[in-house]
Design a protein around this ligand. Structure first.
Ligand code: NAI
Length: 271
């Protein structure tokens, strides 16, 4: 098959993308960058006002975006979302599964010893299940729901946000690590199953990125200092750093990339 080389410039022209977690942090920035590069973006979240504000901002900048409420743990909502997206835009090319939770209970002190949550012996089954449900099951449901639409479209790209916590262990919340490890290997499995349909599935593994989720463990405390010291490039990530990885994997430039894990972490796990 002859490979089409893209002209420099917009990299997602004509593509239709669903982005979860689109109301905040990495998801919001990915939605902005996808739209900036010509995609029609359906951004989803459970924070409705913030999600609508991101969609409005993209529209005002001349992009195509709409906000749709979606709880990633609800299969019926996924089915409706994909059907509506196909109906409105004719197809689905890209799914970025970015929604996630840290599972850190409000008020838990963030310290270098137990950096982002409770110790394992104190973790409740309820909190374990919730973290797995949003971070892992949500990625499964999203991927499952878009596969038939991507098969109809003749291919697609699924981008699953894991974490460096899906590759290495730490003092942090074990359930979060487990949920992100599941995303990593789920992505490889899905990549193998659907390569025959030209559906690519890859995971991205961010390091410490300054977002509302991560901020309590990054700024103005000992944990932040420990994490900065652990980051060879000497700064925390910005949502843009991760959005650029999503943009690459969404684009046709990544046509031969599937089952891969893209680490974007300022060098943390290279050590
Ligand atoms: P964030 O808190 O700014 O964004 C997460 C978004 O997911 C929020 O808008 C939230 O409302 C949404 N969300 C939560 N539960 C949901 C549900 N059930 N259904 C739909 N949406 C839901 O945090 P951030 O940092 O932008 O996180 C994005 C992803 O990146 C997450 O999967 C996170 O685990 C991952 N990540 C973040 C890192 C960081 O240092 N910020 C590091 C590694 C991974």
């Amino acid at each position: 098959m002859e490979q089409r080389l893209m002209e420099p410039g917009k990299r997602l022209t004509g593509k239709v993308a669903i982005v979860t977690g689109g109301a905040s942090g990495i998801g919001a920035e990915t939605a902005r960058q996808f739209a900036r590069h010509g995609a029609a973006v359906v951004l989803c979240d459970v924070q409705n006002e913030a999600g609508q504000a991101v969609a409005r901002e993209i529209q005002e900048a001349g992009g195509t975006a709409e906000y749709r409420p979606l709880d990633v743990t609800k299969e019926d909502q996924w089915i409706a979302l994909v059907a509506d997206t196909e109906h409105r835009y004719g197809k689905v090319d890209v799914l970025a599964n970015i929604a996630g939770i840290s599972g850190r209970p409000a008020g838990v002190t963030v310290s270098p010893g137990v950096m982002t949550g409770v110790e394992m012996k104190d973790q409740t089954l309820e909190s374990w299940n919730r973290i797995m449900e949003v971070n892992s099951t949500g990625v499964f449901l999203g991927t499952k729901s878009v596969i038939p639409a991507m098969q109809r479209a003749g291919g697609g790209s699924v981008i699953n946000i894991s974490s460096i916590c899906g590759i290495i262990g730490s003092f942090a919340n074990a359930a979060y690590h487990a949920s992100k490890g599941a995303v990593r290997i789920f992505s490889k499995s899905a990549a193998i199953q659907y390569a025959k349909d030209q559906i690519r599935v890859n995971s991205i593994h961010p390091g410490f990125v300054d977002t509302p989720m991560a901020r309590p463990g990054l700024l103005g405390n000992e944990s932040g200092k420990a994490r900065m010291d652990a980051t060879p490039l000497g700064r925390f990530g910005k949502p843009y750093d991760i959005a650029m990885g999503c943009l690459y994997l969404a684009s046709d430039e990544a046509a031969w990339v599937t089952g891969s894990e893209l680490v974007i972490d300022g060098g943390v796990i290279a050590k």
